[in-house]
Design a protein around this ligand. Structure first.
Ligand code: SF4
Length: 391
C-alpha cells in the first residue's frame, strides 16, 4: 500500500471492502474495453494488493501481446554531457569546463558505432544541451550515420534537446523536425517527460520545457510522422496524484495522435545527484507503477521495463506485471550509470532471451518502430520441469 507522498505505508490492511470494490470495478471496466478514470486509477495505485494489480496488468498485456515480450538490438550513444541546464535529479550533466565534460565529434560518434554496426539495428542517442551546437551539427551527424550505416535506425533527441536546437537555430519546432528527418532522424525517445506537472518540474528541473511544451513537441513529431516514446521519472518530489495526472495527459495526447509507441517508466536513482528530499521508490513501488501504467495507458501499445534503471531482476518481474518490452542490448549506457545503476552492459541477445524465457514467455526481437518481428528461442533451452505435486 502506498501513501500519497509516494512512499510506502505500514498499513497492510489490504482486504477491505473498498479495495475489493475498486478492483471489481476496474476488472469490469477493462473487460468492457472502457477507461480507468483518474480517481479510480489513484485509488488502485494507493490501495490495491500488488499481486492483484500485477495480475490485472499482466492480463491486459496478454490481451494485447499474448506471451510475447519484445526486445531490440541497439546501442546507446550519448552525444555530450555538457548541458546549459542543471536539472536537480541529473547526475549526467557537466559544465563545459568540468574535467569530465565531453562531446563527440561526428567522427568520434561514428567510431563509437563501428564496433557494433553489424550486430545492431538501432542507435539510441540523447545528450545534454550543448551551448554551441545548432541544427547543422545534428544534420551532419545523422547524414554521416545514414551514409555509413544505412541499416541502422536513428532514435534520437529528447523534447528539450529539440527545443534547444530550434532556439539555437532560429527555427520553429516543426521546421527543426522536418530538417532533422530529412537528415535521417527516424524516431524520438521519450526522455525528459519527468512528471508533467509544472509545480513538480519547477522543483526538479527548472528551465526545462514545460509540461505543455513536452506534449506539444511530441504532438508536432507525431504530426510530422515521427514515432515517439514517452517516459515518466518517478520518486522525486511528486505525489501519487501527480503520477496519475501524468499518465492521463499522455493518454489524452495519444487519443488525438496515436503517435506514442511505448511508455517507459523509471524511478529516480539518487547517487551523486542533488535532490536529498527525494523519496526513493522501493521494488514494490516500481512494480506497482508499471502495473498501474498498463491499466491507465489503454491506448499506448507497448510498456518497457527499463533494465538500465531498474536492473535485470526487477525487469524480469516487470514483464509479469504489465510490461511487454525490455531494453535492447544497449552495450553502453552513461546516464543511468552516472546516477548509480549497476545493471550489467554485456547482457547480449542470449541473455535477453534467457531472461524472457525464464518467465515462461516468448522472446521477440523487434525493430525500433515495431513493424518487423523475429521470434527467438535459446539453443539448448533446458526442458521445463514442473514441481512435483505433494499430497
Ligand atoms: S536532464 Fe538533460 S536537460 Fe536536464 S541537466 Fe541533465 S542533460 Fe541537461
Amino acid at each position: 500500500m502506498l501513501n500519497n507522498s509516494g512512499s510506502m505505508s505500514l498499513d497492510l490492511n489490504l482486504t477491505n471492502s473498498e479495495v475489493e470494490e475498486a478492483m471489481d470495478r476496474a476488472r469490469a471496466i477493462i473487460s468492457e474495453g472502457g477507461r480507468i478514470d483518474v480517481e479510480l486509477g489513484l485509488s488502485l495505485y494507493k490501495n490495491a494488493p500488488l499481486m492483484q494489480l500485477g495480475e490485472l496488468a499482466h492480463s491486459i498485456k496478454r490481451r494485447m501481446h499474448g506471451d510475447k515480450v519484445h526486445f531490440n538490438l541497439n546501442l546507446h550513444v550519448n552525444t555530450t554531457n555538457i548541458c546549459v541546464l542543471a536539472c536537480r535529479f541529473c547526475a549526467f550533466r557537466k559544465g563545459s569546463k568540468h574535467e569530465d565534460a565531453y562531446y563527440l565529434s561526428v567522427e568520434e560518434y561514428l567510431d563509437r558505432v563501428r564496433p557494433y554496426s553489424e550486430s545492431i539495428d538501432e542507435v539510441h542517442s540523447v545528450g545534454g544541451l550543448h551551448p554551441n551546437w545548432t541544427i547543422e551539427h545534428y544534420e551532419n551527424l545523422y547524414r554521416a550515420m545514414k551514409k555509413e550505416f544505412p541499416h541502422i535506425t536513428i532514435k534520437s533527441l529528447t523534447a528539450v534537446e529539440i527545443k534547444h536546437i530550434a532556439k539555437r537555430s532560429g527555427m520553429s519546432i516543426a521546421q527543426t523536425l522536418t530538417k532533422l528527418m530529412d537528415a535521417g532522424l527516424d524516431a524520438i525517445p521519450g526522455g525528459g517527460a519527468e512528471i508533467l506537472v509544472d509545480s513538480v518540474r519547477d522543483r526538479i528541473c527548472r528551465g526545462k520545457e514545460s509540461s505543455l511544451e513536452y506534449l506539444s513537441i511530441h504532438r508536432s513529431a507525431h504530426e510530422a510522422g515521427l514515432p515517439t516514446n514517452c517516459t515518466m521519472l518517478f520518486g522525486t518530489v511528486e505525489t501519487l496524484r501527480d503520477r496519475i495526472t501524468h499518465l492521463d495527459l499522455l493518454r489524452r495526447l495519444q487519443d488525438e495522435t496515436s503517435g506514442f509507441q511505448c511508455f517507459v517508466p523509471y524511478p529516480f536513482l539518487p547517487d551523486k545527484t542533488r535532490l536529498p528530499e527525494a523519496k526513493i521508490p522501493s521494488a514494490e513501488e516500481v512494480l506497482r507503477t508499471i502495473s498501474i501504467s498498463r491499466l491507465m495507458l489503454d491506448n499506448i501499445p507497448h510498456l518497457k521495463a527499463y533494465r538500465m534503471n531498474i536492473g535485470d531482476d526487477l525487469a524480469s518481474l516487470a514483464i509479469l506485471n504489465g510490461a511487454d518490452d525490455l531494453d535492447g542490448t544497449v552495450e553502453k549506457e552513461e546516464i543511468m550509470h552516472s546516477a548509480g545503476s549497476s545493471t550489467p552492459l554485456n547482457t547480449g541477445m542470449d541473455g535477453l532471451i534467457r531472461m524472457i524465457e525464464s518467465t515462461g514467455q516468448d522472446a521477440i526481437q523487434r525493430n525500433t518502430i515495431y513493424t518487423r518481428f523475429k521470434s527467438h528461442t535459446l539453443k539448448n533451452r533446458p526442458e521445463s520441469r514442473s514441481l512435483p505435486i505433494v499430497g
